[in-house]
Design a protein around this ligand. Structure first.
Ligand SMILES: Cc1cc2nc3c(=O)[nH]c(=O)nc-3n(C[C@H](O)[C@H](O)[C@H](O)COP(=O)(O)OP(=O)(O)OC[C@H]3O[C@@H](n4cnc5c(N)ncnc54)[C@H](O)[C@@H]3O)c2cc1C
Length: 539
């Protein structure tokens, strides 16, 4: 074994080391934890590591040239959150403005978190991770990245991989393969790649889609366009309400500390959301009628709500977009925006021909048709030289996966703010890392227990429960879910917030490998092969 390789191996036995080792032609920098992505989840990870695991070395690798992920990628007019920032914001940093926030406000908030906690020194921008290889011999990941500014390769090794890469491909949104799309003479734009120079003033627009993106974009551009048609295949549920939280404003008047206001408002929102979510299962018809009444209040009794705003699915099977102050509906009420519910037959040179035979004319078409699911950041994963079959794994609580050592993935909530889960998962990771350090464990994998042997394995998410298009399209790429709550992403913040802190890390679903003994025995002359054969029996 070469001296450098030996050094690298010795360093592997020292969890605290931040080292540089020449594994081959590219020098590898070693960190105990490597976070993929500097979006809201990756920054949560960095914050919690510095506060709960302050003696761990870590790095955040991000392909973009700044933090923010989703809130940098999406630059279309009006871009904003559709959940409130009291819960989409972190639990540790008070949100002090109106609940629905623009991308710019979210980025400012994240920038403050980075600044106030000196996180910038841990983040490497313009680093696109291309591969991650796990070696059971070394109990570490080797991560290959490309520095996007110079084109150089960079190599990192890490004991633990914290996947905060989000769930969709940032480089390109999803556009269905419509017939004749190439015939259209005007411009076709996906909101995920909104061109800075796009001139829509005085133009006739068709916005295809009826999700949160369409409902956000349309009120922001309608006043400048000649006319906007929102073309939807089927209707979506919307929730309306003021972009204000009364109790927060009251408490501010009383000069209550912002940290208290944050916590009180979070609890209130979470309580109300839990009641609403429960009701959408137990009394879907009442919830549906309430949502429709909210829409009718803006569009009036004569509007064909049944045709354009009454989905065939029950509430919460898809994310329900919040429309602050009904702005999207107000734009329809002014006559500047019309809604067409029909299917596309063909694109023509001047617009779209519908299945009904109707022709829609446009100068510009916006395809607000969603995302391409991207499960692991387009990173090639191998485990001991074998390509990872991610869809063959079974998920442990939607964050770990059978057969993938030392890796956690942050996949947030759809019925509650994503960040609630980023904070919860971060607490779990920090507890796991601390436990591993204290017990000398170098590797952790999850495994099905004997009692799980006959458990049915199902697709990642139950389409009857939640079925957005990108999930259904990409389901075959996602890990399996078991029939028990611990073997699935339950999408239930209200139970996970109590269950996660009590997860027993010594439970039979965790295999912890106490590799420190390997190092000791190796130093005493036993061969690596023999030791691996022993597997140290301390799983
Ligand atoms: C327009 C829009 C509005 C939304 N609004 C809400 C909302 O109001 N509430 C809510 O709960 N959710 C919302 N969501 C969902 C939203 O994506 C998440 O809530 C959240 O922002 C995801 O954060 P993240 O950090 O997990 O992932 P992302 O924001 O996707 O960030 C992932 C980061 O990882 C980086 N990355 C990925 N792969 C690699 C790689 N191979 N190498 C290096 N870096 C990599 C990316 O560049 C990116 O910066 C919205 C989504 C969209 C698209």
């Amino acid at each position: 074994m070469s001296r450098n390789a030996l050094e690298a191996e010795e360093n592997a036995g020292d969890m605290d080391a931040v080292s540089t080792a020449n594994t081959s032609e590219v020098a590898a920098e070693h960190f105990e934890v490597l976070i993929v992505g500097a979006g809201i989840s990756g920054i949560a990870g960095a914050y919690h590591l510095t506060h709960q695991c302050s003696d761990f070395s870590f790095v955040v690798l991000e392909s973009k040239d700044t933090f923010g992920g989703t809130w940098v990628t999406h630059r279309y007019p009006g871009i904003r959150s559709d959940s409130d920032l009291y819960t989409f914001g972190y639990r540790f940093k008070p949100w002090i403005s109106a609940p629905i926030a623009t991308a710019a406000e979210i980025l400012k908030y994240m920038g403050e978190v980075i600044e106030e906690n000196s996180l910038a020194r841990h983040i490497r921008y313009r680093h696109l991770i291309t591969s991650a290889s796990w070696s059971s011999g070394d109990n570490r990941w080797t991560i290959e990245a490309t520095k996007l500014d110079t084109g150089e390769s960079a190599r990192f090794t890490a004991n633990f991989l914290w996947m905060c890469q989000g769930y969709y491909r940032h480089s390109e949104g999803y556009t269905p393969p419509w017939r004749g799309i190439e015939r259209f003479k005007g411009r076709i734009v996906h909101p995920q790649q909104w061109p800075e120079d796009l001139d829509y003033a005085g133009k006739r627009l068709i916005v295809i889609g009826s999700g949160a993106t369409a409902a956000t974009l349309i009120p922001a551009i309608a006043k400048d366009c000649s006319h906007v048609i929102m073309l939807q295949r089927s209707p979506t549920f919307f929730r309306t309400g003021r972009n204000a939280i009364e109790i927060a404003d009251e408490l501010r008047k009383l000069q209550v500390e912002e940290a208290w206001i944050h916590e009180i408002v979070r609890r209130k929102i979470l309580y109300e959301q839990s009641v609403f979510t429960q009701r959408s299962f137990t009394e879907p018809e009442e919830v549906k009628q309430e949502l429709l009444a909210g829409v009718r209040a803006y569009l009036g009794p004569d509007y064909p709500i049944d045709r354009d705003f009454t989905p065939s699915y029950r509430p919460w099977r898809q994310r329900i977009a919040f429309v602050p102050d009904g702005d999207f509906l107000q734009a329809i009420a002014t006559g500047k925006v019309s809604v067409v519910t029909d299917e596309i037959e063909n694109f023509t040179e001047t617009g779209i021909e519908l299945k009904s035979g109707e022709l829609l004319e446009a100068d510009l078409i916006v395809t607000a048709t969603g995302f391409n699911l991207n499960v692991l950041g387009d990173i090639d994963f191998t485990i001991d030289g074998e390509p990872l079959g991610f869809s063959d794994t079974v998920t442990y609580r939607g964050m770990m996966f059978t057969g993938i050592p030392n890796m956690v993935w942050v996949f947030g909530y759809f019925r509650a703010s994503w960040t609630l889960r980023a904070d919860l998962v971060a607490d779990f990771v920090c507890r796991l890392l601390t436990h591993m350090k204290l017990t000398g464990a170098r590797r952790v994998t999850v495994q099905l227990r004997p009692e799980d042997k006959d458990m049915p394995l199902l697709p990642w998410i139950d389409p009857e429960n939640f079925n957005p298009g990108y999930m259904i399209r990409g389901m075959h790429l996602l890990p399996k879910r078991g029939a028990k709550p611990e073997w699935q992403h339950t999408q239930d913040y209200w139970s996970e917030k109590d269950e996660f802190p009590t997860i027993d890390l010594a439970g039979p679903e965790f295999r912890l490998c106490l590799i420190t003994r390997v190092v000791r025995r190796r130093r005493s002359g036993t061969s690596l092969h023999q030791l691996r054969g022993l597997d140290l029996s301390v799983w």
